[in-house]
Design a protein around this ligand. Structure first.
Ligand code: GLU
Length: 469
């Protein structure tokens, strides 16, 4: 018999930007589906009407497309007529609520928030774990009717079966076993009729035929309740892999101060999607593959068994290292596309190509290209005291010779070097450093020969002559 097809999903709530932790979960889910020639589903969990925003969903699509994580089914693409926005699936949830209620596996609960808080406090004070006390567990149909007629809007609670165990094997965390007597009856439908997150989440995984749920470790504790629900509805259980958290280098939750926290920020700063994917792939997933891999190669190399339990730490310097590698291998067209926003307006095609060729191996982000453009096309760059000392030590004859060579031979490095050597005898650092400083205002950077093809000829002379007289 052929293996059943692997179906994975990414199920974000559109309540904010796509965070790098979630982006990594999306990547892993996508890689598992592609590795197994399965399907990848995008489901938008927007049942929390107050916090969900359509624009966050739009942004999610944009971020996932940018990362090139394509989905086989999702809100914009429903080949089977299935809704992938949870807000459009109310009918389905109502069906399952009713099924559980009719079977006596769920019951209406009229306890107010205040009553629940007080009960919770009392339990904690008595040193017991807080758990629903079962107040509405045994209401008679007449009592239920009476309260409803009086205008109370009940929640629906799942009746946790007594004296059982729930067991599952998590692909990352191994075997888990829970005793149902430790789990209080829990709310599956809120008083406003909307489903509790873990209800719609579990039901949809089963309804959509999801075989493997890869998600953040913070969801490990809701898994036993979800399994109880699925068992009660005789729905198939998916296999779970709870991925360890992604933190900053200091172990704290990722935020802006770690360099970036969202995919949008990285995109806007000019990080390349393949660099982001390669970095995320190595965060919490061990791999012997050291070089940059295409997404297809990442999918081939991905193995759930290689997911670690320890929190993974995001380090922007490591992302930069991947970025450098990916940027170095861009085709000229792709490099141009990457940098075009950072270039000054009005450059001819030829000037633009020369500029990009000259600087691209020396930058990580487009902002650095913009800085180079200012340094090379703008006013002669100012030098600090330390730099001025180097330039003055080289002497006026040094720069007079260099400027003279430009007049005679154009912006060519070889004759310029020969002229300086002949005039001053300078060599090594005593030759290169003052020349570079005078021309670029920086002690490091791309090779000088191509830079001389970028700086406008008149500006080269000006940059040299200011130290010649
Ligand atoms: N909507 C949930 C979240 O974004 C999904 C959790 C899951 O993947 O099961 O946290």
């Amino acid at each position: 018999m052929p293996h059943a097809q692997v179906v994975t999903r990414f199920a974000p709530s559109p309540t904010g930007e796509l965070h790098l932790g979630n982006a990594r979960t999306a990547l892993f889910s996508w890689l598992l589906a592609r590795h197994s020639r399965g399907r990848f589903v995008l489901r938008i969990e927007d049942t929390d009407a107050e916090r969900s925003r359509p624009q966050f969903a739009e942004q999610l699509y944009q971020d996932l497309r940018w990362l090139a994580l394509d989905w086989d089914a999702g809100p914009d693409r429903d080949p089977d007529g299935v809704h992938y926005l949870q807000s459009a699936r109310g009918e389905i949830y109502r069906h399952y609520f009713e099924e559980l209620r009719v079977a006596g596996k769920a019951y209406p609960c009229f306890c107010s928030a205040l009553e629940l808080t007080l009960a919770r406090k009392a339990q904690l004070a008595a040193g017991r774990p807080p758990r629903y006390a079962g107040t509405c567990r045994a209401l008679t149909p007449t009592e239920i009717e009476r309260r409803q007629a009086a205008g109370s809007r009940p929640t629906l609670r799942f009746r946790v079966p007594e004296g059982q165990t729930v067991e599952f094997v998590d692909l990352v965390h191994g075997e888990h076993r829970y005793v149902t007597d430790d789990i209080g009856d829990f709310i599956i439908r809120r008083a406003d009729g909307s489903p509790a997150f873990f209800f719609s989440n579990a039901v949809d995984d089963a309804e959509m035929g999801i075989t493997h749920v890869l998600r953040g470790e913070d969801h490990l504790t809701i898994t036993p309740r979800q399994l109880l629900l699925l068992d009660a509805l005789a729905m198939p259980r998916p296999t779970y892999a709870h991925v360890a958290l992604l933190t900053g280098v200091d172990g704290a939750p990722l935020s802006k101060r770690h360099g970036a926290a969202s995919v949008r920020e990285l995109r806007e700063r000019g990080y390349l999607p393949l660099a982001v994917a390669n970095h995320l792939f190595r965060l919490g997933h061990s791999s012997t593959e050291t070089g940059v891999l295409t997404l297809a190669a990442l999918a081939k190399a991905f193995d759930v068994k290689h997911l670690g339990r320890a929190p993974a730490r995001f380090e922007i310097s490591q992302l930069d290292a991947w970025q450098r590698q990916v940027a170095h291998h861009l085709s000229p067209e792709a490099a141009e596309q990457w940098l075009v926003g950072a270039l000054p307006p009005g450059l001819s095609d030829e000037d633009r190509h020369r500029f990009i060729d000259a600087i691209r191996l020396n930058i990580v982000l487009p902002a650095e290209a913009a800085a180079w453009a200012r340094a090379l096309y703008g006013e002669p760059p100012p030098l600090n005291d330390e730099m001025l000392a180097v330039v003055h030590a080289a002497g006026r004859g040094f720069f007079a010779a260099a400027a003279g060579s430009v007049v005679q031979h154009g912006a060519e490095l070889r004759p310029m070097i020969d002229a300086i050597r002949t005039a001053t005898g300078a060599k090594g650092a005593a030759l290169w450093k003052p020349l570079r400083l005078a021309l670029t205002g920086r002690a490091d950077g791309p090779e000088l020969a191509p830079l001389l093809n970028v700086i406008p000829r008149a500006s080269i002379e000006e940059r040299l002559r200011r130290f010649a007289g």
